[in-house]
Structures are given as C-alpha cells and as structure tokens.
Design a protein around this ligand. Sequence first.
Ligand SMILES: Nc1ncnc2c1ncn2[C@@H]1O[C@H](COP(=O)(O)OP(=O)(O)OP(=O)(O)O)[C@@H](O)[C@H]1O
Ligand SMILES: [Mg+2]
Length: 369
Amino acid sequence: MKNPFAYGRVVEGKDYCPRPKLEKLLAEMLVSGQNVVLHGERRVGKTSLAVRAARKKRAVYVDFLACNDAGEVTERIVKAAMKAASNAGLLDAALKAFASLRPKVTVDPDTGAIGATLDMRPSDLNIGSVEAALEKLGELHKKKPIVVILDEFQDVLRIKESKTALARMRSVIQFQGDLPYVFSGSAREKMEMIFSDPDSPFFKSAITVEVAAHEGGAFQRFLAKKFSETKRKVGGGLFEAIHDMGVTVTGDVQQLCWAIWFSSEPGETIGEDSIEGALDTIFQIERSKYEDAVLNVSATQLKVLVALARQGGERIYSSDFKRVSGISVVGSITKAVQRLEELRIIYKHKNEYRFANPFFGVWMRTQFA
Ligand SMILES: Nc1ncnc2c1ncn2[C@@H]1O[C@H](COP(=O)(O)OP(=O)(O)OP(=O)(O)O)[C@@H](O)[C@H]1O
Ligand SMILES: [Mg+2]
C-alpha cells in the first residue's frame, strides 16, 4: 500500500491539510496586490501555504535557496516565469517579454517540466539583469494576473553587494502596484533583518503573516484519515503523546506518522506504544547524520545539547540545567547556545530552545541518558 504521509516537500492536493483562515487572509491580500512576508519556523508549511493561496491566480514560484550571485538569481526568476507562462499557455508572450535576457526554454526529458537557461555570458549578468527580470514579471502580470513567490528569500544576502541588490530589487517591486509578491524564508533572523531592520531597503515593505505549525482537531482528523484509509485504526492518546515528545512542527509530525505507518500492519490499532518502533525506523535512517552532528560540535556544545535533550530548553540558566550540563558559567552556556543556533542544530521558539530536528533530540536522550 502506498505511503499516505508526505513530508520533506511542498504538499498539495490530498496531501495538503487545509488551513482555511490563513489561506483566506493570504488570498485576500494577494488579490488586492498586497506584498506579504511569511514568517514561521522550518517545516511549518510556509511554502505549501503560499503556493496554495496563489493557486487561483498563477504562481511564479522562485526558490532562492543557496543562490550565489546575481546571475543565478536572474536565471531562477526567468526559469520560474517560463514555467508559469507555459502552464498558462503564454509561453510565446513570455519569451517575447523576456527577450533581452535571451531565455532558452528547456524540457526535462523525464518529467516534461518546463524550465529555462539564459543564453548569456555569466559576466553579462549582474544586478541590472535581476532588475530587468523583475520588470518583465510586471509585463507578464499585465497579460494574465500572477503571484510571485520568492522563497528562501534570505539567501539574497549571500550574493556580493547584497545591500545594493536588495535596494534595486525593492525599487522595481515598489512600482509594480498590483503585482503581489510573497516573500518566504526559513531563516527567521535573516528574514527579519531584511524586513524589520530600519536600515534595510525592504523595511516595512510587506505585511507580515505568521505561519504557525498545524495544531488541533482538523489536523488530527486529517492524519487519522490517512491511517484509516490504509487500514490502521488510531487509538486514543496518540497525537497527545506525539506532542508531548516535542514533535510539534507540521512536517515533523507527518514524518513520525509516516514512520508509524511504515512500522505497522493493516488491521493494527495505532497507539502511544506504536511510537517506539517508529522512532527506531527514523533513527535507522538518520543515525549517521546525528553521529556527525555530535562529532562536529565542541565538548561544551555537546554538554549543552545533552542538557537540552534531558531538561528541555526553557530554563537554560537554572541550577538544574547547570547541574545536568556540568557547566556553571552562564557565559559559556550562552556562547554554546549561540553557536548551536548558528549551526541550525537548535532554534528559539518563544522562550524555549528546541532541537531543529526533534528526532535528534529524542535520540540524544536515549544515547546520553
Ligand atoms: N497544509 C499542510 N498539510 C499537511 N502537511 C503539511 C502542510 N503544510 C506543510 N506540511 C508538512 O510539512 C512539510 C513541509 O512543508 P513546506 O515545505 O511547505 O514547509 P516550509 O515551512 O516551507 O518548510 P521549510 O522551512 O523547509 O522551507 C510537508 O512536507 C508536509 O509534511
Ligand atoms: Mg519552504
């Protein structure tokens, strides 16, 4: 039987659990041409939400992940535009609009997906070409309304002279009146630097929408239905137990449900005691990653991680935390926590430090009990 739980990728269709309020809010903003920045932790569903809300119009989905220079940014924008134009039957018009950037349309032989490369020397691509590509999106929008999603937008900061790049992108975008942009990114601090720092060109240029993890009855019913469709029955207490383990982010809950499903048989009733076997399945897959992480942090950072796993991350300066970690100097705890945050091993949620990968936290607990 096919795996009913999708994780680690953008979800749509039957894999997507609706979040009607948030979708409505976002869709209304987009219809009125409002630019939006989506804030939220990793794997809560930002990208899936953005794509869903833009659905009725046409999403031009651009991923800036790990982009290194203006040429790559330009190419990714053009590629996304060609894909969206092709879906809308506007490929010819788009080719004309983007002619100065000399796009060459590509077709993936396996999937048939449309993409594009630019027939230009890399040295001819610069911040000016990024501006040009954004301007052309405006032309496309005039032919048929689009929504531009700039995902992992914080990675613009990786390109040289990123401040100039941001200023010039902003200057194009602010004159594109009714063309809505959704800016999304998984590195919260960097996104805040771009949109909330008064020195940034994008300061207050978009309305912030917070995306929290799915919770409550609707998501549980969604998951329970996936189990029942594949002949598993959900017993009481399952979802509470998952939550109490610290697995609270939408994508992580889906991953754990997958592992429970994978480790169970049709006809079984799934309960709290199904979790242990599921964790073993996850550990089997991820163990070498965890071991690398443990080997790559300093002795002090490791002590802090062990204490976080055992004590939780709400009171990292408490006497209990100091005792369990064996670190009594507050400054050392602070420094280790900062570094672990930079390494994206942990993140801060409200007043609590959490493992970015909750399963790593559970594994640490079993290893360093
Ligand atoms: N609406 C939803 N319904 C069901 N599952 C969802 C939903 N949104 C997200 N998920 C789960 O979370 C995973 C990650 O979704 P998505 O990539 O949209 O999140 P994200 O916040 O953009 O993540 P990242 O921080 O990695 O960019 C999905 O693979 C899926 O398991
Ligand atoms: Mg995303």
